[in-house]
Design a protein around this ligand. Structure first.
Ligand SMILES: CC(C)(COP(=O)(O)OP(=O)(O)OC[C@H]1O[C@@H](n2cnc3c(N)ncnc32)[C@H](O)[C@@H]1OP(=O)(O)O)[C@@H](O)C(=O)NCCC(=O)NCCS
Length: 179
């Protein structure tokens, strides 16, 4: 089976991504207190998206790419981000998320001045990212939410070197919604 990998505009291809997200595991609502912390988070929209389609034209995998000037230990730094990585349940363990993540990293390296990359993930995905070169960020992250700036602890931050070595510690203020 062949696949097609595209880098597309985030806003323009939002409907396609949302169709895939609706096909994922049962949906959670922001009001359900029993759901994990991330379910109640207001997330940023990606600037770009990686889409992987199978040869029947179905969207099998998605990764969002984000660019943001953040404040790290009081200094402005332009960084890249990856989020909303999702593979259709019928298409898992074929390497699609690995390909999408790799394409996202190449896109950040090639098309932007992002100094390092940041993503957030749950414990069951730590191994997936750490085996692909991402390192835990042990510092503190702040992000905007509708109620104002909050310490962001809903998911764990991981970083990857791009143009410079990614920090392992310090205070990182995303200056906007998390991804
Ligand atoms: C996490 C998720 C994105 C992984 O997607 P995926 O397309 O199955 O990922 P991959 O196929 O690239 O890799 C998954 C595993 O399958 C293995 N794999 C890849 N190709 C394979 C193949 N042809 N045969 C068998 N195993 C394979 C990979 O080695 C990997 O295992 P590893 O992490 O131990 O190395 C997917 O499970 C998902 O959508 N989960 C729900 C949403 C989610 O948690 N997203 C992450 C948000 S941070």
């Amino acid at each position: 089976m062949s696949i097609e990998i595209e880098v597309v505009n985030g806003a323009q291809f939002r409907p396609q991504a949302e169709t895939l997200f609706r096909q994922m595991e049962p949906h959670v609502t922001k009001d359900d207190e029993s759901e994990p912390g991330w379910a109640r988070v207001t997330w940023a929209d990606p600037d770009l998206r990686i889409l992987i389609e199978t040869d029947d034209g179905e969207l099998a995998c998605h990764a969002g790419i984000f660019f943001r000037t953040v404040i790290w230990n009081g200094q402005k730094v332009h960084i890249g981000g990856v989020g909303q990585i999702a593979t259709h349940p019928d298409c898992r363990r074929r390497g699609y998320a690995s390909i999408a993540l790799n394409a996202a990293v190449h896109t950040m390296r090639d098309h932007d001045t992002a100094q390092f990359a940041l993503l957030f993930c749950e414990p069951h995905n730590f191994e997936f990212y750490s085996s692909r070169g991402w390192q835990p960020f042990g510092g503190t992250v702040f992000a905007e939410q509708p109620e104002g700036k909050v310490r962001f602890e809903a998911m764990a931050p991981f970083v990857l070197d791009l143009k410079r070595r990614a920090p392992a510690l310090g205070t990182l203020d995303l200056g906007g919604l998390p991804w």
